[in-house]
Design a protein around this ligand. Structure first.
Ligand code: JEK
Length: 390
């Protein structure tokens, strides 16, 4: 890959002679050329900046040295480079962009200083070559050079042969959007701090679980933006509210999603929660009280309850559902308890119904104190469970 850097501070790029990137250059994997913009000035003071038209603080880089330097760079090779322009107003530089850039044959970087480069330089370049303003992040640097060090390092290490250990790169491609786990080496005890014992246990399953847990807790603490918005939802302190008409379209979709698994384990998709329409749900608002839980605006769980129509002492709970990514957090149990707590005085029995082969649901109901009723449940392929209300 060829890389040209245009700057008034060529010495800023000296670190690119070092370490893996330096070796890649010596091996010819990376042809990096740094150009001093002042070599293309024609006045005694080698002027590159001037005051901004329209007023305002600071100075702006004049276009002429840029035009001449870019012309010389373009003339020195075949085709045109992709011009990257570091700028606080650029597109955010990411690993995905690094991967795209690593596939290109020729990159050039225009390092501005002061308040930036006269905009016509970018327009003039864009008539001849692709131009992309890039930003390292939301903080202010004094110029583009530090951004170029970061971008060139991130791109060059993806070039074949630059990073020796192919495995290091393979592991990185398993990007799952979580931060890395913490790493340790010898000695096992240092300044009174021991390496987490699980890492010395030789139990590879336990190590993998511990590392995954570390990644989740770190990501939640340091980069919650990387987790889905509902990731932090816990069963205690759930905001359980009575459903209204406006909740029903989402509720119907969640219900369909949740009962597909039920249909699969029952061996039939001919089951009421999957056959139901929006109108059916609207109808169910009389007779049943439905409760929903939202997290970050998303409807993630629901349940409904009513007094049995043929036995005025039995409280029925149904349509208990939790979005699949939030299963296993006790949200279903909390909703079941919420429905029970809404039963009026005089209730002697709580009743639920589930697929005869829905092991997970059966376990949850049993754990909540429900006992299986003999024989088939209210619907084909289901069982009823009851619990005494005291
Ligand atoms: C290139 C000059 C310095 C400093 C004006 C900007 C809002 C107005 C230019 N992630 C990154 N941060 N900064 C840069 C970067 C900075 C540069 C240049 C890149 C050329 N400067 C400078 C201030 C301003 N303010 C913030 C208020 C403009 C960068 C990258 N990549």
């Amino acid at each position: 890959m060829r890389v040209d850097v245009l700057t008034i501070f060529p010495d800023y790029l000296a670190p690119l002679d070092l370490s893996l990137i330096g070796r890649a250059r010596r091996q010819g994997l990376l042809d990096l050329r740094v150009h001093d913009l002042r070599e293309h000035t024609h006045d005694r003071h080698r002027t590159v900046d001037d005051t901004p038209y329209g007023g305002g603080a600071g100075m702006v880089m004049r276009p002429e040295p840029w035009g001449e330097t870019l012309d010389a760079v373009v003339a020195s090779g075949a085709g045109v480079p992709h011009l990257l322009v570091p700028s606080p107003a650029g597109e955010r530089f990411t690993q995905a962009m690094a991967r795209r850039l690593a596939g290109e044959p020729w990159l050039a970087f225009a390092c501005g200083r002061y308040e930036g480069i006269d905009e016509r330089v970018l327009e003039d370049a864009a008539d001849r070559m692709p131009v992309t303003p890039v930003s390292l992040g939301d903080y202010v640097l004094n110029g583009g050079e530090v951004a170029v060090l970061a971008v060139v390092e991130a791109v060059a290490r993806l070039l074949p042969g630059v990073v020796g250990n192919a495995e290091s790169l393979v592991e990185e491609s398993h990007e799952d959007g979580l931060l890395e786990y913490p790493v340790y080496t010898k000695p096992s005890s240092w300044r009174g701090r021991d390496v987490p014992p699980v890492l010395l246990s030789g139990d590879h399953g336990a190590i993998a679980r511990w590392r995954h847990e570390q990644r989740l807790t770190r990501t939640g603490a340091r980069r919650p933006d990387l987790l889905p918005p509902s990731a932090g939802l816990l069963a205690d302190g759930l905001d359980i509210v009575v459903a209204t008409r406006g909740d029903l379209p989402e509720l119907l979709v969640l219900q369909w999603a949740c009962w597909v698994g039920e249909g699969r384990s029952a061996g039939s998709f001919d089951i009421p929660p999957l056959a139901e329409t929006l109108d059916d749900l609207v109808g169910s608002l009389d007779g049943w009280t439905t409760w929903v839980v939202r997290s970050a605006g998303r409807l993630v769980a629901a349940v409904r309850g009513r007094m049995s129509t043929d036995d005025r002492r039995t409280w029925e709970t149904g349509r208990l559902m939790v979005a699949p990514d939030l299963a296993g957090r006790g949200i279903g149990r909390a909703l079941l308890a919420h429905s029970e707590s809404a039963a009026p005085a005089g209730t002697t029995r709580y009743w639920v119904n589930t697929g005869a082969r829905s092991e997970r649901n059966l376990r949850i109901y049993r754990k909540a104190g429900y006992r299986l009723q003999a024989g088939e449940g209210r619907y084909p392929g289901t069982v009823d469970l009851v619990k005494r209300a005291d």
